[in-house]
Design a binder for this molecule. Structure first.
Ligand SMILES: Cc1ncc(COP(=O)(O)O)c(C=O)c1O
Length: 313
């Protein structure tokens, strides 16, 4: 269950958690008109640090632009708001939800007179697919639901409405006893999980679907690509036929919530040896070492949250 924190940032000021309310007739409730982000702040030996915050906020701006939503706050302003939120809520680590939505005004589909409301909440959030999943891997299925097709809902935008498709995928998987579902794109190639990007490993090479396969341009996906390159693991963005999942040596999900989670079976077919494989483990270790500040941040991915003098004593 979600544990409330003290404050939520709204349009430039902090309000109480319980006061972060919208009118039921806000444009977003009927029409799904929101764009949002999910960002993690990790506890490091040097204090809390936000992971790839600028890349997440750039994607938020991109999502807003695609939907013609006017987002008044710059990446710098939103970064500062997130750091301040960590301080006012006294968090060591947290998950952030920056959320931009069309508010109360017109009730028709055309959002002519609907103000943009910008919120940032944060809370403590553990391992999305479970602690055990990180070591043991998860059992997943290919969904009977197709991922949003090109030129329908834009997949490069992280929009609330896209998650209606994600809900169908995730609920179907849960009902059938799987931890997650993998959606195929409208051509039948592998796309992504309901809330994660995906990589397969075969013969030492890792492959992830290209942006044209209706995937979200994941920040963790990009992180894995850069980590693989720096570790001299061959990496490619290429179309993945469904059956490549079954014959992969390894497969894993990645995302802000799921971090790096091995996949041990797909449709009850064991992947490789049916447990976390060596390349997944290597990338996973490197990922956690960086985000938890255990090795130098050689990519400049962490934004430290500067604490007031005397904090934490
Ligand atoms: C549908 C979907 N794909 C991929 C991802 C992974 O993206 P990121 O690594 O930026 O969190 C997410 C999570 O945000 C997602 O919801």
């Amino acid at each position: 269950m979600l544990k409330p924190t003290e404050k939520i940032w709204h349009n430039g000021r902090f309000i109480a958690w319980d006061d972060a309310k919208i009118h039921i007739l806000s444009h977003v409730t009927s029409y799904g008109s929101s764009v949002f982000e999910g960002v993690r702040c990790y506890s490091t030996p040097a204090g809390p640090a936000i992971f790839r915050v600028r890349e997440h906020l750039r994607r938020l701006h991109d999502s807003a632009k695609i939907y013609r939503i006017e987002l008044k706050y710059s990446i710098d302003q939103l970064t500062e708001a997130m750091a301040e939120l960590v301080r006012v809520n006294s968090m060591n680590s947290c998950y952030f939800r920056p959320l931009v939505l069309r508010g109360y005004g017109d009730v028709g589909v055309l959002p002519a007179q609907n103000p943009t409301e910008t919120y940032i909440a944060c809370w403590e959030w553990g391992k999305y697919l479970g602690e055990e999943a990180l070591a043991e891997g998860v059992d997943v299925c290919v969904s009977s639901w197709t991922r949003i097709a090109p030129n329908t809902l834009p997949a490069l935008a992280k929009a609330g409405a896209n998650y209606m498709n994600s809900q169908l995928i995730r609920m179907e998987a849960a009902i059938n006893g799987y931890a997650e579902g993998i959606a195929l794109d409208s051509s039948g190639y592998v796309s992504e999980g309901s809330g994660e990007n995906l990589f397969v490993v075969r013969d030492g090479k890792i492959t992830t679907p290209p942006l044209g396969a209706s995937v979200l341009p994941g920040i963790t996906r990009d992180t894995i690509i850069q980590l693989a390159q720096s570790l001299n693991i061959p990496v490619a963005e290429a179309l993945i036929p469904r059956e490549s999942l079954y014959i992969a040596d390894e497969a894993f999900f990645c995302g802000t919530a799921a971090e790096v989670t091995p996949i041990r079976s797909v449709d009850r077919i064991e992947i490789g040896k049916g447990k976390r494989g060596p390349i997944t483990e290597k990338l996973q270790r490197e990922f956690f070492a960086i985000v938890e500040g255990k090795v130098p941040d050689r990519f400049g991915w962490l934004t430290p949250v500067v604490q007031p003098v005397g904090a934490g004593r």
